[in-house]
Design a protein around this ligand. Sequence first.
Ligand code: AGP
Length: 614
Amino acid sequence: MCGIVGYIGKRDAYEVLIKGLHRLEYRGYDSAGIALINAGGQLNIYKSKGKVADLEQFAADKDVSGTIGIAHTRWATHGEPNQVNAHPHYSQSEELAIIHNGIIENYAVLKQGLAKHGYTFRSETDTEVLVQLIEYTKHTSAVDLRTAVQLALNQVVGAYAIAVIDRKNPTQIVAARKGSPLVVGVGDGEYFLASDATPIVEYTNRVIYLEDEEVVTLERDREPQISTITNVSKTPEIKELELTLSQLEKGGYPHFMLKEIFEQPQTLRDSMRGRVNVEQNNIAISGFIDNRERFLNAKRIIITACGTSWHAGLIAMYAMEEFARVPVEVEYSSEFRYRKPVIGKDDVVIAISQSGETADTLAAIQLAKNAGAFIFSICNVVGASIPRLSNSGCYTHVGPEIGVASTKAFTAQVTALTMLALCIGRAKGTLDEPRFLQILNELGNIPDKISQILHQNDRIADFAKTFTYAQNFIYLGRGYNYPVALEGALKLKEISYIHAEGYPAAEMKHGPIALISQEMPVVVVAPKCGTYEKIISNIQEIKARKGRIISIVTEGDSQVTQLSDFCITIPSTEECLTPILSVIPLQLLAYHIAVVKQCDVDQPRNLAKSVTVE
Ligand code: AGP
């Protein structure tokens, strides 16, 4: 959460920083701010509550000149989202300005210490404490900014990606990270700094991913100086970006979320490219091939993730148990990390994360790694912290997902996990060859089948208009499609603010059926598979209580269709692959309901795309 961006070079820093903030706005949009040092050596800070557009309006008549600056878009942790708590923060003397993504956990103790030395605080933030500590260290130890940052960070407990500028030395930005991401863009005599590469790609494709506890000094026309916070110097490793600018634009769609839903046929082809080979009857995942014995000897697989990624993990549990015949546990990272889980050296831990930066998932895998487990991660963002901490893994390659509600990342995660389950099952001999080939063959058909579902978009959009009244929704599914019900409910609540519950259909009679009335829309994910007959009985029970049924059924279905008020069809497929299809109508339904309700689909309230705080 929170996006940070910095620039030093010959360009007008304001333009670069504002554009960068727009690209990073998905990381938080409670407030935004910018700090610039102008040619006269003045350090100007402008901040405003709300979005980057509000900041632009606020700064419109101000002096925004300067070729060095830092900027921030905030997802509030310490202190309410107002102008005072917005970043950048000045130090006491107003010589320094800082931006920060992360949490300084021991800020209260540090603040007390600084107060004793006469420091006062304007905001309620942990970040202001850090900039005061840097200034205090700089003055009392008579050191330069870089050393002051290093010394201060040695006293800090918590996570940070920071950038600091000094009015008295307008030729450098000092930045550092631990637990929160930070990328340096290397231009021609100029440098960019950002939480991810999206603000940088427009100017250069040469980047340096900072490691934890590294500090970088950026000066025009000089190599970046990198060292650790304990002053061990490091050689910068420049990497080339694969990202393109067009991937960061809406491409004619009204929202990123809709674009990303419609991209899914292509993103799944990209995810499977080089891995699923129907002609050669093979699935090749290099992270599996290189660590085959670890998987085959695993006594247990523990899957850990949050939110939508956790739902993908739950689907994987069905596939791993069916094909690989191995015990599987699916854990919320946030709970797992604070339990005292029994983890063994024979356990394989699979972490799933679109961003690769989710703080709870990072902590969960660190815990498992310390206990000797083998860590395999499924991530989308190349080079992010989770894949770097893992022993091995598999990227989903769906391109940047910008809508806060995850869509294309989910279907790719389920696809990757299913491929992995098939590989393990085949190698162990728990999945026979004809069945392996049948599913492999069908995997190749999935992108076209998604395209067929997307043709129903207009129908779903029309139907969504009838739900402006709804206060609550229930989503039901069974087996492989129970996690899809959870995912459908999550999509609806996060972007339309309608309360929605996902449930295993057969659990209704143990309590939630009391909620059913004619006002309650019930979405039932009921494709033709194992539990089809059972779910029909569950639907009958809801009908008997006048619930309104919206169903996701397989083409040609008649039984569930007859019981439904509205039906969306999906093509027939293998049971283990139904979630990849059945989730598409639920993504569209949530999207269109949110649009009808005039909600901010891509940036729903209170949320951020990348949850880098616990
Ligand atoms: C999904 O729509 C969410 N915005 C959220 O639940 C997300 O899946 C979760 O925060 C995990 O993120 P990650 O995949 O980047 O780890």
